[in-house]
Design a protein. Sequence first.
Length: 145
Amino acid sequence: MHPVQIQLVQSSFARVELIADTAAALFYTRLFELDPSLRLMFKGNMVEQGEKLMTTFKVVVRGLTRLDSLVPAVQALGRRHAGYGVADEHYDTVAEALLWMLQQGLGEYFTPDVAAAWSTAYGILADVMKAAAAEVNEAMTVAGR
């Protein structure tokens, strides 16, 4: 990622953090509107899930300046998501819900440059997660599960 893109993601997320509970609720509402079947993957308290989501975003957004140290954590996240049944196409749905939530939460601050920066960041991280998940799925296939 270009340093300007990282700065745009980080500064826009600082605004989203101010409305973290609302942002999380917006995200999950949109996610389940886009694909109601995803609701079945979430068994716990959605307020707590929203808090986890925002904490994860916070760690990832702060880590964008140190991608080399962030990648192992993102890979671990991808492996965990494979165990939850997350498929590659779900990442596209998440991207759509994320960008929609950002647009709603940031309003006029959600500029085309901010949208592009978030799309780039999410794309990079989603690719890392999908690759890690594919390793898990391949290992399970080899093991006969």
